[in-house]
Design a binder for this molecule. Sequence first.
Ligand code: FE
Length: 236
Amino acid sequence: MTDKLDPRVFHLLSYGMYVVSSKSGKKINGCIVNAVAQVAATPPRIAVSVNKENLTHDYITKSGIFSISILDENTPMKFIGRLGFQTGRDVDKLRDIQYELGTDDCPVITEHSLGFLEAKVIDQVDVGTHTVFIGEVMRGQRLREGTPLTYSYYHQVKRGRTSKRAATYMPPAPKAEPPEKISKVQEYQCEVCGWIYNPELGDPDNGIPPGTPFEDLPEDWTCPLCGANKAQFKAI
Ligand code: FE
């Protein structure tokens, strides 16, 4: 045992993938979060950590209500990219996304959602870059059968990246000497969100079969996570 902090320990914690939504007046917005937990049973209370820079953070602070939608494991990356890597200050993030208006007209995302919880804020804690909102649950419903998307599945199977605004974001460690390249295929990385195109895996969600070199991708192909175009990728 040492008294040092090994940052890899944080990777052992488990998280999910959720959309937290809120409103301010008639304006509505939502964003992806991974740190959500039920923290008390009677009455049921949940906690969510939201980056202070997110528009949804402003809305929760103003309206005192929010909803949490629990995403399905099959949620397309484009859906996550729209809600997780774009900002409601620039685009109407909920346009073309299925939602309903719940209590006090707070939006509840129903698309790719296995269920939702609606809560009113009873307390909040400033934790630096983020605010932890504690909510008393007012309503909740299961919408469909399925497996909830976990954060590790998002990373390991869907090859998702961590937004710099996530509660669990850690700057990349300085690069160690790369291991000797043994006829490794050429990967390309999105300069906007960091998603990596691996030709061996392709992009099956968007009709690109495994084994497709980056050069052969259609010119109108875009990053499955953030929507950046081909020119915004660089070889790594
Ligand atoms: Fe991207």
